[in-house]
Design a protein around this ligand. Sequence first.
Ligand SMILES: [Zn+2]
Length: 61
Amino acid sequence: MSFNDEADEMGFDGCPKCHSNNVQGGSFDVSDNTVSQKMLCDDCEAEWYDVYQLVTQEIVE
Ligand SMILES: [Zn+2]
């Protein structure tokens, strides 16, 4: 397995199980600086959470 294959597997696009892009986003759950979104795959019916975290703050000039 090459580095690029591994990077692809670490990607957050689409379904983490079957890599389909046929996914639906559910409701958001916000806590402190983390946001979780429940996701559902239409192809393999996997369910998972996409978790977003605040990385940085940039002041708009
Ligand atoms: Zn899937």
